[in-house]
Design a protein around this ligand. Structure first.
Ligand code: EPU
Length: 332
């Protein structure tokens, strides 16, 4: 048995673990991975920063350790799928390439971030992904997949639906910008910059300052998984239709919301907070005291304990607001 790596700090194991450092090494294991897939015993992971293991995994866990960063055009970089997103953001700034600052210190890896379409502070991975390479487990070929083919949406891609378990991503190509164009419209970014006496119009704002500011904002709200296990936002923000929104906003005029096309996205953290869950615990699992969207391991929690808390929170939000919230985290 091998350790099943996860940032939730859950002690879980897997029957088999395959970590590969090159495309050739991955291809050499094609038959084994394809067989595990056929038997429904395949789990493809990154750093395990969006994973909640419930018990041990009786199958094959596959994780890319492919590293490598190449500038492939004046504004394009190709990155190994095993690299950590945050290391890549720091590196792109050192190359005078900009755009991903708002995604700073997200703990995930490049391959997983293309599956999950990670996002923060008004920016999503899909905004930069041009294409990626992957091993196609249908036939053993290395294929190129374009951004459009991935059908990205809010925390969504085909890799989570009809392509689930079909591809093992080996590298991702991003298009960045050689000019720094700060994106400051989400939440309190401008306010925090002003507190640092940096106005966005006086030329003082650099990409590094923006990155540091995003890191400060996240650190103030989100727990460090090395101190208190967690997987970032546990739930996705629910998207409701206009009728439901009108009903809720009439009752809760202070409710924050974001337009999402014809529909409206509601912050699940706010809904959970309103139910009084912030800072509360159930067994050894808890709701983070600074951001109710984050469930935490208070020490020695099992996956079942976190799931029990998840169900209780879902039930309370449904009873109070009539809104279903669903985990963003992959429960295995
Ligand atoms: N809120 C509360 N109470 C809480 C938490 C939030 O009232 O306990 C309110 C906030 O005051 C704010 C609103 O809810 O008005 C939204 O909160 P926040 O800006 O913290 O963002 P979020 O919607 O809770 C999403 C992402 C985060 C990302 C932030 C910033 C999802 C599931 N989560 O959180 O992503 O960092 O926006 O862009 O979309 C992650 O995916 O792991 C993650 C951390």
């Amino acid at each position: 048995m091998y350790k099943l790596i996860n940032t939730f700090g859950i002690d879980a194991k897997c029957a088999k673990l395959l970590e590969f450092t090159s495309v050739d090494e991955l291809k050499a294991h094609y038959a084994e991975i394809a067989e595990a897939r056929r038997n429904g015993k395949l789990l493809i992971i990154g750093r395990g920063s969006n994973l909640l293991p419930v018990g041990d995994y009786d199958g094959l866990v596959v994780r890319s350790r492919i590293m490598g960063r190449t500038v492939v055009a004046h504004d394009m970089v190709c990155i190994g799928s095993g690299e950590t997103v945050d290391d890549i953001i720091a590196w792109t700034l050192s190359q005078n390439l900009y755009g991903m600052e708002n995604l700073s210190i997200i703990p995930g890896e490049v391959g997983a971030s293309a599956v999950q379409n990670i996002g923060a502070y008004g920016v999503e991975a899909k905004d930069f992904i041009v294409s990626l390479h992957a091993l196609d487990l249908d036939n053993g070929d290395i294929v190129e997949i374009t951004n459009e083919q991935c059908e990205y949406g809010y925390r969504q891609s085909r890799f989570k639906h009809d392509w689930k378990n079909r591809f093992v991503i080996t590298d991702v190509t991003y298009r960045l910008s050689d000019t720094f164009i700060p994106r400051l419209d989400y939440g309190n970014i401008r306010k925090v910059l002003e507190e640092k006496d940096i106005s966005c119009e006086d030329g003082k704002l650099t990409a590094q300052i923006l990155r540091d500011t995003i890191i400060d904002i996240r650190n103030a709200k989100l727990p460090d998984y090395e101190v208190e296990g967690n997987a970032g936002s546990f739930f996705m923000n629910p998207i409701v239709d206009k009728g439901k929104f009108d009903e809720l906003i009439a009752k809760y005029p202070n409710m924050p919301y974001y337009p999402a096309g014809e529909k409206v996205k509601l912050p699940a953290g706010w809904l959970i907070d309103q139910c009084g869950w912030k800072g509360k615990t159930l067994g050894r699992a808890g709701v983070h005291d600074k951001q109710a969207l984050v469930l935490v391991n208070k020490g020695g929690a099992t996956g079942e304990e976190v799931v029990a808390l998840c169900h209780q929170v879902q039930k309370d939000v449904l009873e109070r607001f009539g809104v279903e919230i669903h985990p963003e985290v992959n429960i295995v």
